[in-house]
Design a protein around this ligand. Structure first.
Ligand code: ATP
Ligand code: MG
Length: 300
């Protein structure tokens, strides 16, 4: 099936190891795509509400994914649109999502609770990011793995992250085998990369290359204290002044180009025949100062 036939692309953002950049990746990739005119919905499926907090939405103030999954509410009625990054809407979460089991009908098929929601969201958005929490067995994590056609694996380039990767590979394989043969790994985002720790990075990259050949992204996300600082203020980097000059914002923009290239050319990507992507589409968003200087040089 082509992307046009499917509607928007549905991407589960996972790795059930806690604190490996899932919510940071979901929000920053959606915001990077938004800068280029794409519409994204983030559905926060984590009772810890990572994307909700990162986008500055006060938890407990809004109905969100719990109502979406247990009542007749719709994406259109629940999505938050105000004070979001350009092109990004959010169905928020809160801790009460933990009670979802008791609120679902006993006849509801546990792996299929997102289907109605996703069918609606695909019609309205180019991308639907499903941000999952750190419990692999939690009902919304299982449903996300069962309903998405893409899986975006988040990993910190850290020794502790290596063990978690093996669990993630097994969860993806189980989801494919038992409930969603369509699920494909879109790529592995290496987050918080320390430029000096080259041996460690090589080790993590080798592990991923062996388990998921051809699925690494060329763009790495550097370790940058501005990410936790911005998230404490409830903002993505793209909502801060002068984001164009921030290396990590540029990395997310580049990553969004890689992501889109793969999504738009799914068959070629999966068969290993995908050509290089064109970063020219973001040149107007990068380092305007540098380009102005270039012009000065060119024009004498
Ligand atoms: N590139 C980076 N450099 C430095 N810190 C980062 C980077 N990316 C993410 N962080 C920080 O690491 C912490 C964990 O990130 P994040 O919340 O995105 O992980 P998560 O996988 O969603 O966690 P959880 O499993 O709890 O949902 C946050 O404080 C975030 O700001
Ligand atoms: Mg999170």
């Amino acid at each position: 099936m082509t992307q046009a036939q499917r509607g928007g692309a549905v991407i589960a953002v996972g790795n059930q190891k806690g604190g490996v950049g899932k919510s940071t990746n979901a929000t920053h990739l959606a915001a990077a795509l938004g800068l280029r005119g794409k519409r994204s919905l983030i559905i926060d499926l984590d009772p810890g509400a990572g994307s909700t907090k990162l986008l500055g939405v006060p938890v407990d103030s809004f109905a969100g994914s719990l109502e979406l999954l247990t009542t007749d509410e719709t994406v259109a009625s629940l999505a938050i649109r105000d004070h979001m990054p350009q092109g990004v809407h959010l169905v928020p979460s809160r801790q009460q999502l933990l009670e979802i089991e008791t609120l679902l009908s006993k006849f509801a098929a546990r792996t299929r609770i997102l289907d109605r929601v996703i069918a609606e969201a695909r019609q309205q958005y180019d991308y639907v990011f499903l941000d999952t929490g750190h419990s692999a067995g939690f009902i919304t994590t299982v449903a996300a793995y069962s309903s998405a056609e893409w899986f975006l694996l988040s990993a910190f380039a850290h020794p502790l992250s290596l063990a978690g990767l093996t669990d993630a590979f097994r969860d993806i394989a189980d989801a494919r085998r038992l409930s969603n043969p369509d699920l494909e790994v879109l790529g592995v985002v290496f987050n918080a990369v320390d430029g000096r720790a080259t041996r460690l990075r090589a080790q993590v990259e080798t592990t991923v290359a062996e388990a998921l050949p051809g699925r690494r992204f060329d763009t790495l996300i550097s370790q940058a204290v501005i990410l936790p600082e911005a998230s404490l203020r409830g903002k993505t980097l793209f909502q801060l002044p002068k984001f164009e000059s921030m290396p990590v914002a540029q990395q997310y923009l580049r990553l969004s180009v890689e992501l889109e290239h793969r999504v738009h050319n799914r068959e070629a990507f999966l068969s290993g025949e995908l050509g290089p992507c064109d970063y020219g589409v973001i040149s107007h968003l990068l380092e305007p100062l540098g380009r102005e200087l270039e012009q000065l040089v060119v024009n004498g």
